[in-house]
Ligand binder design. Sequence first.
Ligand SMILES: [Zn+2]
Ligand SMILES: [Zn+2]
Length: 207
Amino acid sequence: MLFDLHVHTDISPCSSLELTTILTRAKGLGLDGVCLTDHDTMEVLSEVKEGVQNDGLVVIVGMEYSTPEGDYLIFGPFESIRPGMNAFELAAHVYRAGGAMIGAHPYRLTRPADLAAYGPEGCRIVEVANGRNTRSENARALSLAEKHSLAMSAGSDAHTLEELGRLPSKMLTKVHSREDFVAALRNGLFRPSRLACANGLPHLQVA
Ligand SMILES: [Zn+2]
Ligand SMILES: [Zn+2]
């Protein structure tokens, strides 16, 4: 199953991508699922029924949480989360709640992460292919994942329809709900898709 793990609706001030556009176009772009990850809010839950849609598209709601140590995509059995945590507090909070987190674009020049937040006690999944990164920012994220043996994901970071679905991840298990999705993340059952590598990280070869 191909999922775009990093998508902003126009609830995020920087995005012009309407929820209805995502819902009507995602399947046609080859996606089986989309994760809606607006900045610091899961407000989109009031506008969409999460899970399997009429056309079979799977919609998962998480958020991109900003910390002084970088941005993190978080998913879990929560509908809101206390603002203002640092990355270390956030990781502890998310894992304690039974959730999962992905370090978004750790080397983006304008929004770099503190790499101390990555590792067994902190963020264990790195977004190695982000559609808004330069190829060198993605290549550096890949090196970070390899150096610390962290799991790797891809995501378009779409803010427009043109970006949606460009860098999907492949889910290696069936995902129909947020619960399934979080379990897949926690169990490492995902990887960047071939398309994501071609579009964002041509040096990474995946089977
Ligand atoms: Zn970000
Ligand atoms: Zn983003």
